[in-house]
Design a protein around this ligand. Structure first.
Ligand SMILES: [Zn+2]
Length: 389
């Protein structure tokens, strides 16, 4: 085996046919069509009637798929290189009539010839999300999960702005935005989903305009309200995952209690000055926010809305880590940040990970936590006192 050969040398030994010639041949009888790519590529789009035989399996499987060595065999891959090598392997195995489709399925599609596409995605979507679907871990299946997902962002501010931008670009099909604030000039140092012209506009409206311009696949639902015990259950129950970018502790506790009741995963982050932290809370699989912080800090230590300084980039870093967690949860890939608190110190550029365990005494997710009947759902203690400071 000459492993140092170039693909051009291999191609000199084999027969290549143009896509239109291949199509003509396939209209006749007795032609075997082999797709020599990976399963995720085949799923995305393939030529009708093709049998998938992965490049690594060609030598072992071809006898089973095409027992007759004199049969006509057409092979294709993405651009015609893998199929050329496969045709050469068939030649060595004694197949007399194997050919590779020149330029592969890319050339085939460029000529406007028909392919069988994955269901549920338009040609525009296949193009838009091709860098996702090329990842075997995501694939068409994962992208469809993203397109069907509903993600709620609590806050269209520092964390919500970068997070919403990337989740929209990633093709999250429904993005809900909870914010009752308006765009202020002092927001623009970090809230990159807004811009100077939008000063004074509601943040949810400004964010919606940016998202719609970025990706028409995304439906934006504006919740121009302040979350409280009376509306939280109603608002979060429609969503699959919640991104917590709240700027105050009362809202975080309220969200925690409601999300544990409804068993909704929450990706929570916070930023202050040059430091950020993030964790993913999946109810009853890992700790909840109250397991981590059984009591809120006293008001004088709780950095409340607006007053504290923060490096703008910190919002981007932590917001994007949140978006990354959301995509993993939705596509069901990787390892979620459950039971782990990730700390980021931007001045030193250090990431530190702390283990967080479920608190057996937790009044919300602990084994002795009192069951709240359906009729009581949404009734939470009033935490507004904390925010008063
Ligand atoms: Zn808990």
């Amino acid at each position: 085996m000459a492993t140092t050969e170039t693909i051009e040398q291999v191609k000199e030994r084999i027969e290549e046919v143009d896509p239109t010639e291949a199509l003509e041949e396939l209209k006749g009888d007795g032609v075997a069509l082999i797709d020599t790519r990976e399963p995720y590529e085949h799923l995305e789009a393939h030529i009708d009637g093709a049998e998938l035989v992965r490049p690594a399996d060609v030598v072992d499987r071809i006898e089973e798929v095409v027992p007759d060595h004199s049969q006509r065999v057409l092979l294709y891959c993405a651009s015609g290189n893998r199929s050329a090598r496969a045709a050469d392997e068939l030649r060595e195995l004694g197949y007399e009539n194997a050919a590779s489709v020149r330029g592969g399925i890319k050339a085939w599609e460029a000529e406007g010839l028909p392919v069988v596409m994955a269901e549920g995605m338009t040609p525009e979507q296949r193009n838009r999300y091709s860098r996702h679907t090329l990842l075997p871990e995501v694939g068409v299946e994962g992208q469809l999960k993203l397109l069907n997902a509903k993600v709620l962002l609590l806050g269209a501010g520092g964390l919500g702005a970068p997070s919403a931008l990337y989740l929209a670009a990633a093709g999250i099909g429904t993005i809900g935005l909870v914010d009752d604030d308006e765009v202020d000039e002092s927001n623009l140092q970090r809230q990159v989903i807004h811009n100077t012209e939008r000063i004074g506009q509601p943040k949810t409206e400004s964010a919606r305009k940016t998202i719609e311009a970025l990706n028409p696949d995304v439906e934006v639902i504006e919740h121009r309200v302040r979350l409280d015990a009376s509306n939280i259950i109603d608002i979060i129950s429609d969503y699959d995952v919640i991104v917590d970018g709240a700027d105050n502790f009362p809202t975080r506790y309220l969200l925690n209690d409601a999300s544990v009741r409804l068993r909704k995963p929450v990706v929570s982050a916070s930023i202050l000055a040059f430091d950020g932290q993030i964790s993913t809370f999946i109810p009853f699989e890992g700790p909840c926010y109250r397991c981590l912080y059984p009591t809120p800090p006293p008001p004088e230590l709780a950095p409340s809305c607006g007053a504290a300084g923060v490096l703008g980039v910190m919002a981007g870093v932590m917001g994007l880590l949140q978006a990354n967690e959301v995509i993993k949860l939705v596509a069901e890939i990787g390892e979620p940040l459950v039971g782990r608190l990730l700390l980021y110190d931007s001045l030193g550029t250090h990431f530190t990970e702390l283990k967080v365990r479920r608190d057996p005494e937790c009044p919300i997710c602990g084994p002795n936590a009192e069951e709240i009947p359906e009729s009581e759902m949404g009734k939470f203690p009033d935490y507004e006192l904390f925010c008063a400071a």
